[in-house]
Design a protein around this ligand. Structure first.
Ligand code: COA
Ligand code: AMP
Length: 632
């Protein structure tokens, strides 16, 4: 019998009491004056007046208060470098305290920003926790982003120090991070005082004298630093995510609410206890990595895994099962796209038979819609619950899930089950009225949001309000459309804006359009997310050239693809574009991206009544056919 209903009801009826009890699970230097400050709507603050330290809760508490210093905290498993390295809680704290000392020696203190541009190595986690230790605010940038994206984030966060790896390792190639970092600093208006560079033997970098410091020199001269108490509401990190334009949004995470929420989820959502191994196969550059590679497992006293590899090709489609067996993983979290990659190479999951999976109890999926085929495939072969849960960078933890710790609810394939306690979720129509069960509308959370969700955007309260709160007063707009059925199950269908999910990575098609528009021969363009068997969606571009351009269109397409790679990064997976004579528009000039996407995906569509010239749709279909759309 699940305790979900009563738990959800408690959080609805007495939210402050509910979260106060959850808050007692973490260590406080000083407890809060109030559980929730709602004196300044639409801005809400959790646990004001309290003093905490996230690193203390993630490390020191387990060692000094609980006596678990010898327990494994982190396992680095890197098939791409053939390395496995283990850190106990005491060892991890030692490394973190020293690096915190190194940062402090360079003048980094409370409230200063540190940008981290690193691959999946333990030093990335060490750098993040070190910032938290001294009250500095980290901002991790995913390694697959190119220099201009990095520069935008440098200019917004204005870091005092940047911590970077010399390179990342992708199957078959070394990605040199340092030249990208150098270019980004050159482009950015803001200049960091120093860069600490982790030299990796697979691809060491040239250091710039005076500015760049080798990681080993930085820690060689440092003394361990103690945890610095910070206010509950002080940010622990900023994480940039795609907005509806090329300018990313700096999602702020407050210190106390973040810990309280994550700790609650470890027990109640994931059913994971201290001492167990929890693995999120994501990247620390994404929110999943922040919450479930770094913070939540360590806050819960679990062992976490930093995996530098892929689901396939490192070396084969059994890689995930190997990690689970080798490190006795109980609970795993990944994106559906990773499972699709495995399923494509090993459709009957033969490789599973090579591994001892007896300790494995549950697989959680998020990052994009989990297609029922993939979920069923995984459930059939793993013989464990496979749980789709829905969340976003903004919330930091799942808005809907099936809560294993409360007793699982019956699964409906295609639904991410029910709202998490604290999320008062509704479906609204365009006039902000609640709709009936089963009717699709804007999935929106009635304010206040529970702890852990963004309190605002970095130095941009106005942007926070206009992006999320203005359209439906009193609600947070998730940007996803879907419905809630008559049994309260939530079905997340699609984004309502131009955000697409490519292999679980969030991208803005508007951002890609901005880059294409920079090409000197492109007059106008449209980018849309089209269905992809592996990645869920990939961006596809249509471009109209300037009058008088008579170069071969293939050349321009090739240059545009390269431009997106250089400006946004390989992570955009922008490989296909096509030149067309004109784009279909409404009479008021709005490009009909949705209609074109339906043509590319072979979905039924109605010719919009407002279309300027319906004949253009035929031309678009022909152009798309020339680049293989719709796919067979
Ligand atoms: N640094 C530099 N480049 C990176 C990178 C990084 N950290 N991560 C990805 N890239 C590059 C890849 O090498 C690839 O480059 P290419 O165009 O030269 O091949 C490109 O970015 C696209 O990467 P990706 O979307 O990951 O595609 P892929 O074909 O390499 O792999 C999957 C496909 C499904 C195996 C892979 O996307 C995967 O493992 N996904 C898991 C999803 C995930 O972790 N999501 C996070 C949210 S939970
Ligand atoms: P990100 O901020 O990168 O985590 O991306 C968040 C977006 O990914 C959400 O707004 C959804 O569009 C999508 N998403 C994440 N998880 C799910 C899920 N379980 N089902 C459907 N969409 C999801």
């Amino acid at each position: 019998m699940s305790r979900y209903d009563e738990t959800y009801a408690q959080a609805q009826s007495q939210p402050e009491l509910f979260w106060e009890e959850a808050a007692n699970e973490i260590h406080w230097y000083k407890k809060w004056d109030k559980v929730l400050d709602h004196s300044n709507p639409p801005f809400y603050r959790w646990f004001p007046g309290g003093m905490v330290n996230t690193c203390y809760n993630a490390l020191d508490h387990h060692i000094d208060d609980e006596g678990y210093g010898d327990r494994l905290a982190l396992i680095y498993d890197s098939p791409v470098t053939n390395t496995v390295q283990r850190f106990t809680y005491s060892e991890l704290r030692e490394a973190v305290a020293i690096f915190a000392g190194a940062l402090s020696k360079l003048g980094v203190g409370k409230g200063d920003r540190v940008l981290i541009y690193m691959p999946m190595v333990p030093q990335t986690v060490i750098a993040m926790l070190s910032c938290a230790r001294i009250g500095a605010i980290h901002s991790v940038v995913f390694g697959g982003f190119a220099a201009p994206e990095l520069a935008t984030r440098i200019d917004d966060a204005k870091p005092k120090i940047i911590v970077a790896g010399s390179c990342g390792i992708e199957p078959g190639r070394i990605v040199s991070y340092k030249p990208l970092l150098d270019t980004a600093i050159e482009i950015a208006q803001h200049k960091p005082q120093h860069c600490i560079v982790l030299q990796r033997e697979e691809g060491p970098a040239d250091l710039k004298p005076g500015r760049d410091i080798d990681w080993s020199d930085a820690v060689g001269n440092a003394q361990p630093h103690e945890c610095v108490p910070v206010a509950s509401t002080d940010p622990v990190y900023i994480l940039y995510t795609s907005g509806t334009t090329g300018v990313p949004k700096g999602i702020v995470r407050d210190s106390a609410g973040h810990m309280v929420a994550l700790k609650w989820t470890m027990a109640n959502t994931y059913n994971t206890s201290p001492g167990e191994t929890y693995w999120a196969a994501s990247d620390v550059g994404w929110v999943v990595g922040h919450s479930y590679i770094v913070y939540a497992p360590l806050l819960q006293g679990c062992t976490t895994i930093v995996y530098e590899g892929k689901p396939v090709g490192t070396p084969d489609a059994g890689a995930f099962w190997r990690v689970i067996a080798d490190h006795k993983v109980k609970t795993m979290f990944t994106a559906p796209t990773a499972l699709r990659a495995i399923k494509r190479e090993d459709p009957s999951a033969k490789l599973l038979a090579d591994y001892d999976m007896t300790g494995f109890k549950a697989l959680f999926l998020a990052g994009e819609r989990a297609d029922p085929d993939t979920v069923e495939w995984a459930a059939q072969h793993l013989r464990t619950p496979v749980i789709d849960h829905w969340w976003q960078t903004e919330t930091g933890w799942s808005i809907t899930s099936n809560f294993l710790g409360l007793g699982a609810l019956p699964v409906k394939f295609g639904s991410s089950t029910k709202p998490a306690p604290g999320f008062n979720l509704h479906v609204l129509d365009e006039q902000a009225h609640k709709v009936k069960p089963g009717v699709i509308g804007a999935l929106s959370v009635k304010l206040p949001m529970p702890p852990g969700c963004l309190p605002t955007l970095w130095k941009n309260d106005e942007g926070y309000v206009s992006s999320y709160l203005e359209d439906y007063p009193g609600y947070y707009k998730t940007g996803d459309a879907g419905y809630i059925d008559d049994e309260g199950y939530v079905w997340v269908m699609t984004r309502t804006d131009d955000i697409i999910n490519v292999a679980g990575h969030r991208l803005s098609t508007g951002g890609i359009e901005e880059v294409l528009a920079e090409h000197p021969d492109v007059a106008e363009c449209a980018v849309m997310g089209v269905h992809d068997e592996l990645k869920g969606q990939v961006p596809l571009g249509l471009m109209v050239l300037n009058a008088g351009v008579n170069r071969p269109p293939e050349e321009i397409v090739h240059e545009s693809v390269q431009l997106v790679r250089d400006k946004i990064g390989p992570v955009a997976s922008f490989k296909t574009a096509v030149v067309v004579e004109r784009l279909p528009k409404t009479r008021s000039g709005k490009i009909l991206r949705g209609t074109m996407q339906k043509i590319a995906d072979n979905e039924d569509y109605r010719v919009p009544a407002t279309i300027d010239d319906p004949e253009i749709l035929g031309e678009i279909a022909e152009a798309l056919a020339a680049v293989g759309y719709p796919k067979q």
